[in-house]
Design a protein around this ligand. Structure first.
Ligand code: HEC
Length: 278
């Protein structure tokens, strides 16, 4: 008897908990998909709703459902691009480029997550604000750890403040140049004063991280004993404007690399000096 009385209540609670858990998973899933799309660079060309360089994700979802294109097929386009003939979005007036280039950095498993997120999208607008960094720390094997904001960077001596013109990294304006203003990474590291046992700087590497978990590195030799070094800029202005949420307020680019996108760090958060152990 007691059992009969007791059981219904826990069941209701269990049901509620299960429903809540499902709802939460659903929400986290949507946010995850959005975050993944942001860090995979998809919003450089796509919008949730509205045509950009590529079709809006809402339109992609609609066409995929109409034409019964499965998530797996979309995932393949995401990784490999849509090939030289494209999928016709340009002809339909819903894209600016005739095809999507391969998204090289995207793993097949993430592409499938992106595809499923796109199929369920309601045209969400990415909230990039939570990636934006206002300060950058320089730490690790240094005499003076630093925490620098845009105003601190502006106060660097004129000889360290640089303006470097680079080929535009935004596909919409291919062929144009952008002027980045900032301080060279070398000057920042000199201010922090790097330390290495026995003063052997050849064992020093510099690890650069962004707020979305992106990580790249430089070697001391590359920065201070090669033509690349002078072109590594921690920048805070583009074409005379503060950096927008999609980059900023602080970013870094190695402007003399062969492929500029390779070492372009948006939402710059920290620079750590490490000494490689033997
Ligand atoms: C350089 C710009 C660019 C980037 C970056 C880009 N896309 Fe695209 N994408 C396009 C264009 C242009 C099209 C339309 C191409 C066509 O008609 O073949 C497209 C089409 C698509 C399609 C539709 C394929 C179909 O079935 O018709 C999907 C899905 C897609 N993109 C997802 C993504 C995802 C996810 C990312 C991020 C990993 C991404 N795209 C990054 C430009 C881009």
């Amino acid at each position: 008897m007691n059992l009969h009385l007791r059981n219904p209540l826990p069941n209701v609670i269990r049901c509620l908990v299960a429903t809540l858990a499902l709802l939460m998973v659903g929400q986290v899933g949507a946010a995850d998909g959005m975050d993944l799309a942001v860090v995979s660079g998809c919003f450089a060309c796509h919008r949730g709703a509205g045509t950009a360089i590529g079709p809006s994700f809402v339109e992609v979802a609609k066409k995929s459902v109409d034409q019964k294109i499965a998530a797996e097929a979309l995932a393949e386009y995401i990784v490999k691009g849509t090939g030289p003939d494209g999928r016709g979005w340009l002809k339909e007036g819903k894209a600016v480029l005739p095809f999507m280039p391969a998204n090289n950095g995207v793993k097949p498993k993430d592409a499938l997550r992106l595809a499923n997120w796109i199929l369920a999208t309601k045209g969400e607008i990415p909230d990039l604000a939570h990636y934006v960094t206002e300060h950058l720390s320089i730490s690790g094997s240094v005499e003076h750890p630093l925490k620098l904001g845009v105003d601190d960077l502006r106060r660097f001596p004129a000889k360290d403040l640089r303006e470097i013109a680079v080929a535009s990294q935004t596909p919409a304006v291919v062929g144009t140049t952008e002027k980045l203003k900032g301080v060279s990474l070398g000057a920042l590291l000199n201010k922090a004063v790097m330390l290495s046992p026995g003063n052997d700087m050849r064992k020093v590497s510099i690890v650069v991280k962004s707020s979305d978990g992106h990580l790249i590195s430089f070697s001391w030799c590359e920065l201070f004993n090669s033509p690349i070094g002078d072109g590594v800029l921690v920048y805070f202005e583009k074409d005379g404007q503060p950096l927008a949420d999609d980059e900023g307020r602080l970013a870094l680019m190695s402007t003399r690399d062969t492929h500029l996108l390779g070492r372009h760090v948006r939402w710059l958060k920290s620079i750590e000096v490490r000494v490689i152990a033997d």
